[in-house]
Every structure is written in structure tokens, then in C-alpha cells.
Design a protein around this ligand. Structure first.
Ligand SMILES: [Ca+2]
Length: 360
């Protein structure tokens, strides 16, 4: 699916990304908080998706990013906090105040007050907030478990998590003629697994939750040639200049790309958190529905064996303890099926600063 999607994209490069017709006023901007375990370049198998999500969001004029909090996950907190600050500092606009970064939880269960939880509470008290959670939900547990009424200040909580019962996170799943276990690892629902107790705690709180799951993110591929294009976004003689952030993240993604090429069997990777970030500005690209969610063992994916605990969705009234919005696929316009529309991949690349046509 991802390859055919790419072909559609490559054939449809004529339309530029969404140029804003007029200047967006401050009151129209979406007020956003980002919670992240950014770890690009921290190790050979650390996913750079948070870093791309940050780069995408920092490049938008229609968002008011009031704060960023860091959490353990893709790497220890020391690393995620350091790398988040590094990503934000690259290309810092000297005409604007820097976006504040707050250090959060270093491990599951670390829910004592932290700079992150205090700052997020203050941000919620000062206005409605969209929260984009790209890592384990420990920082959110630290905020909402002691003060559940703050949930009324949340416009939407967008989380990279969730699965249908019976669904395995394997790259060949759903591919025609593919042997499921033939090649590549089965991924975990990482943000859930790293702190399932935080998810359990938040399930009791009425947060307007939107789940962007693996099954949606796998419809988007950031390919090796995409990364090469993004590396060229930077201006060579001006390392801190336009495009430096994206180019640096692309360079820090080379080991992750190699892992996917050799171990997963794809010339590219699914940019999970970047896909979730794009939901904030282009929800029209996402096909979503209200659905029941619960935490439990998957009874369908592993034959006679009980699967590991997961955050699952389906219309099972007996177990659905929460209603969430679950986005399982891209819309036809996002995959370029509607003539004249710039698709999801086109939007993603142009928003990151890549030229619309690959350099010859
Ligand atoms: Ca992440």
C-alpha cells in the first residue's frame, strides 16, 4: 500500500502544499502543547519520528506552541530532553521568544510534580489546549490524575497509540501474498507498553482522546530518497540557516533507515509521530470514527495464546470503558485519489521544506 501511495504521490507533484491565503490571526491559532520522547540520533535503533514531528509543527504558522515537555521513552530522559532542546534551538527565530521546554518523567510511575507537569497545569489553567502526546503518557498522568477537572480545558488529546483486536504490528501485515512472519520484527505499541499504568489512569478521566494508531501510520512511508531530499533542505554554507533543523534530523535518521532496510525490508520507515503531528493541522486527511476502547489482552492475534495487554478498540460494549476517536486510514484526498489535490505525502514533504521536485 505504501509503495503504491508513493507512486501516486510522485505522479502528482504538480500541486504545491497548502499556501495560506491570508495571515492567520493569533486567536485563530491552535494552542498546542507537545509531550515528546525525541531521540533522533541517540542510537542505531532510535526512531527519529518525534524530531520530524517537532520540525513539522515548528514550521507552522497556524499553531501557537505554548510549551514542550520531555519524557523517557525512545531513549532515557537525559537524552530525550537534550535532543528536544537541540531540535528546538536549531533555526531558533531570533524575532520570537523561544518555545519553553520542560523536563518531565524519567520512568514509568514517576508522577511526582516535575517542571513538565507544573508547566502543563499552568498552560491548561490559562486557556483551552490541544495536547499532542508522542511518548509514554507518564507526564499526562502526573497532571490529570491529581487534577481530573483540568480535562475540561483540553480541546483534544492526540495520542500515538491503539490497535484493533487481532492486529499485529508487522510490516507485511495485510500485504497480498506476504508471509506474516517471513521478514521483519513485530513492533510493540511502544507508548502503551512503556507505561501502561499511565494509560490505565487516564482511561478514568474524560479526556477528548484521538488515537492515531500504527495501522494508520503504516500507510505513510518516509523513504530513503525522501530522506536524501530532506538532507538537502539545509543551506550548506549557513548551518544555522533555513532548513538546518530538518537537514540535521534527516542526517540523524540514517541509522534508523538502515535498520528498516536491513531488518524490516522497506526502503524507508513509517514516520509514526510525524503522522500524528500532521493530524493537528490537516485532520481532513484522516478518516476517523468514535469507537469503544479498553485495556486488555488480545484474544485474536496469537491463536490459542493470550496476547500481551494493549489499548484496543472495537465495538464491544461489555468492555468498552471509554469512547475515543480512532483514525484508521487516510482519506481519498490524502492518498491523492482526487485529482488536483496535493496528497498527504506531498504535504508532509513540502511542509518540511523539501523542494516539490527531486533534484536531478
Ligand atoms: Ca515518540
Amino acid at each position: 500500500m505504501a509503495k503504491s501511495f508513493l507512486l501516486v504521490f510522485l505522479c502528482g507533484l504538480l500541486v504545491a502544499g497548502s499556501a495560506l491565503a491570508r495571515e492567520i490571526t493569533a486567536s485563530e491559532r491552535l494552542r498546542v502543547w507537545i509531550d515528546t520522547d525525541a531521540a533522533c540520533g541517540a542510537g542505531a535503533r532510535t526512531d527519529p519520528d518525534d524530531c520530524f514531528a517537532l520540525a513539522y509543527l515548528l514550521g507552522r504558522d497556524d499553531l501557537d506552541i505554548v510549551g514542550v515537555s520531555t519524557v523517557f521513552g525512545n531513549a532515557p530522559l537525559e537524552e530525550t530532553d537534550r535532543i528536544t532542546r537541540l531540535v528546538l534551538a536549531l533555526e531558533q527565530d531570533s524575532t520570537k521568544p523561544p518555545i519553553p521546554v520542560y523536563r518531565g518523567a524519567a520512568a514509568a510511575g514517576a508522577v511526582a510534580a516535575s517542571p513538565a507537569s507544573r508547566a502543563l497545569v499552568a498552560a491548561l489553567e490559562s486557556g483551552p489546549l490541544t495536547i499532542l502526546a508522542l511518548g509514554p503518557l507518564t507526564n499526562l498522568q502526573a497532571v490529570f490524575e491529581p487534577r481530573p477537572t483540568l480535562a475540561t480545558r483540553v480541546t483534544q488529546l492526540v495520542v500515538m497509540m491503539g490497535k484493533r483486536e487481532g492486529h499485529l504490528f508487522h510490516p507485511t501485515e495485510g500485504a497480498e501474498g506476504a508471509m506474516l512472519f517471513g521478514h521483519g520484527p513485530i513492533f510493540r505499541d511502544f507508548n502503551f507498553c512503556e507505561d501502561s499504568d499511565a494509560v490505565r489512569a487516564l482511561m478514568d478521566i474524560a479526556l477528548p482522546t484521538i488515537l492515531i494508531p500504527y495501522e494508520l501510520a503504516r500507510q505513510v512511508l518516509l523513504s530513503g530518497s525522501d530522506l536524501a531530499r530532506l538532507e538537502r533542505v539545509g543551506v550548506p554554507n549557513h548551518p544555522g540557516g533555513a532548513g538546518a533543523r530538518v537537514a540535521e534530523i534527516a542526517r540523524r535518521s540514517s541509522a534508523w533507515l538502515s535498520f528498516w532496510q536491513t531488518s524490516v525490508g522497506h526502503d524507508g520507515f513509517y514516520p509514526f509521530d510525524l503522522v500524528a503531528a500532521i493530524y493537528l493541522t490537516r485532520p481532513d486527511y484522516f478518516s476517523c470514527a468514535k469507537i469503544g476502547a479498553w485495556i486488555g489482552s488480545d484474544r485474536k492475534a496469537y491463536g490459542p495464546f493470550a496476547g500481551p495487554e494493549a489499548l484496543m478498540v472495537a465495538a464491544r460494549e461489555t468492555e468498552a470503558i471509554r469512547t475515543v476517536t480512532y483514525c484508521d486510514r487516510l482519506t481519498p484526498s490524502a492518498v491523492g485519489a482526487i485529482s488536483g489535490e496535493a496528497g498527504f505525502h506531498d504535504h508532509m514533504m513540502s511542509a518540511l521544506g523539501a523542494p516539490l521536485r527531486p533534484a536531478l
